[in-house]
Design a protein around this ligand. Structure first.
Ligand code: FES
Length: 241
């Protein structure tokens, strides 16, 4: 069963906020109650083990890392303008949740689970059918400045908490909550929104065996750090229609 650690306001957490600024963000999300799961706080690092700096992220680049599990991919993007704040979203089952905005000095850094909520398409080393399309990438099939799943053209709005804005998906992307500390380091701390992790673990057993040895390893929680790389480095073929 997935770990659910819904934060509760308490005297204990109030004390923690006083000494750990990172918890302030967690509290803000937790006050809204639903569809928020805090996980291990992990630092994003590059392939050499150096911290990824928020100010060094290229604009509109797809950066891939796995979170909150060893085998669950996420994509981070530094957008051209800040993500919107306090967006109310609705999961397929009708549950409401609030997206509070992006991370970084300008609120332009967002990250989402890269598992399409329609039929679980996700980036793979051989190819990626799911990714952010830059603003100049508009085609007849979709509008740029969106996450697009090329399998059936579901489209998700990165500035509005991953809201589904096109295609057959019935709900938006789960957001990976990021924090940027005073030294410009990036941390993943939580997941907000409807997740498809269990469906994903059930559906791709052969893939997990191939890449991780077995599904059990893929289902382990990421600890301490998550390795980040560009999607163009991770996937041999990035599919665009
Ligand atoms: S699997 Fe993504 S749109 Fe169908």
């Amino acid at each position: 069963m997935e770990r659910r650690n819904f934060l509760r306001l308490s005297a204990t957490s109030a004390m923690a906020v006083a000494i750990a600024p990172s918890l302030i963000t967690q509290r803000l999300y937790a006050e809204d109650g639903s569809l928020f799961q805090s996980f291990e706080k992990v630092q994003l690092k590059d392939a050499e083990g150096n911290p990824v700096k928020a100010s060094a992220l290229a604009v509109e680049e797809n950066y891939v890392f796995n979170y909150p599990y060893v085998g669950t991919p996420a994509i981070m993007v530094n957008l051209t303008s800040p993500a919107e704040k306090d967006i109310e979203l609705t999961a397929e089952d009708g549950t409401k949740y609030i997206y509070r905005g992006g991370a970084g000095a300008k609120g332009t850094i967002v990250a989402y689970s890269a598992i399409c909520p329609h039929q679980l398409t996700h980036p793979q080393p051989e190819m990626s059918m799911f990714h952010y399309i830059d603003e100049k990438g508009t085609t007849k099939a979709y509008k740029g400045g969106s996450f697009v799943c090329m399998s059936h053209l579901s489209r998700f709005e990165p500035k509005q908490g991953g809201k589904v804005v096109g295609g057959p998906a019935m709900q938006g992307l789960a957001s990976i909550i990021l924090e940027v500390d005073t030294e410009d380091n990036i941390w993943a701390v939580a997941v907000l929104g409807p997740v498809k992790f269990q469906d994903y673990f059930d559906a791709f057993k052969d893939e997990f065996k191939k890449f991780y040895g077995n599904r059990r390893k893929a289902k382990k929680l990421i600890k301490e750090e998550a390795k980040v790389q560009t999607l163009k480095n991770f996937s041999a073929d990035i599919i665009r229609l």
